[in-house]
Design a protein. Sequence first.
Lengths: 218, 298
Amino acid sequence: MSESVLLPNGRILRYTFHERLVHWLAAVSYVYLLLTGLAFWSPWLFWIAVVLGSPTVSREIHPWAGLIFVAATFLMLRMWGSQMRETPADKAWWQAMPRYIRNEDEAMPSADRFNPGQKLLFWGFFSCGILLLLSGLILWFTELVPWNLRFLRYLAVITHPALALITIGLFMIHVYMGTAAERGAFGSVIRGDVSRGWALKHHRLWFEHIVRNESARK
Amino acid sequence: MSQATLEIRAISAHAGSVPGAGVKREFEVCKLIDTTTCIGCKACEVACLEWNGYSFSETTFNNSYQTMPETAWNYWNLIKFNEHEREDGSLMLLMRKDQCMHCEDPGCLAACPADGAIVQYTNGIVDFQQDHCIGCGYCISGCPFNIPKFSPGARKVFKCTLCVDRVSEGLEPACIKACPTGCLHFGTKPEMKEAAEKRATQLRDHSGFPNAGVYDPPGIGGTHVLYVLHDATNPEVYGGLPKDPRIPLMVRLWKTPLKWLGNLAIIGGAVGIFVHYLRFGPKIVPEDEEKSQQEKTP
């Protein structure tokens, strides 16, 4: 957390350049995977693959985008893994979750750099990503699966879209929270900084830690 | 291998109705393969390669007549040999011409996500349209007979067309034409079924094969290729002919319940998010909003 510091303009650096870059690497690859995946999911959405080059191009690049996405989530694990760990305090946050939904944020237990919802999002994407990669590898090289191991194909055929649907749920909530619902959040992942008020409201423990660090430095 | 002259019954991954379906009556075509009179000469294999313009693939030797383990993307027709030991200790050399079965309810077509890459004609032929194929290989997972094969060069999937180009011009498939023993027949499904049943009765009554029968598996709605087998109770011994082939359960679950559940969940989620915004609005940090208001009104 030492990289998050108070900026000269009084704002707080929430995400470093490196963190933002990794986030957008994952985001761009995920959106590509989502769009091409939806094209293969439903005949009514097949036009998306046509728009994105051609259905054949979409089919060829989809697995490579998957590799990039999973690699990005591993980079995230390296930089955020320790902060994503579940803490005993998370339970109270989940119990107060209905208030969070009703925007009664002052009644919520204080959150650290990532609140339990964000932790769930990360672990959800991370674990689904690995499983999607494994099932995706089987689909990528279906013709190499021997006939007597064909149950692997059947397993992949059902798990790949099912897992993708879970990530779509996570993705929709994440995008809504990060853009429309939580003012200031989108700026933090573009420019990197947030206001003091924002940090205090949404991540009080993280904010207090920064202030303490800063005064210790002085 | 588009055949504009043939009426199409089903199109893979097609949004909306099938143009022109049901406007005319057509015979359902059918191949009849009598494994009891096959001599394993492989003339059908040669004819298939000749007609479709492929050259011989390298063969493998495994101490039997089997020249390669299974069909390939450029080898659509292969006789499967099996030295089968019967219960009384006697040996039978079983020979079955393996190729696409042209299912009435094709698993490849059900699994295909590419619009128009697989079509089923009203005459029952299931045909891959390589110009629409995206090479995903889902048809390989959908097929209960291990027939569609991926070409690494073309990055598309190929299989037997039942010589749709010949059939649409009123000719019999190349394999049928080449067969020297008359173990292969071609005609309409009802005629072939009748001939097959007749032959099976003959085998049961006069040739000492009490289990002889016709292979027309109901699990996939029947096939447009029929086999007469000496022992219809044990098709597996004929080079792994599945006893009760069906479209794999996971393919069915993926294409129907999961699809509906998933679509409902996505649309429901989007509506839920929108309603949440209308009801509760954004999470605002008051001083930030005041500041941005001040900036806007100098």
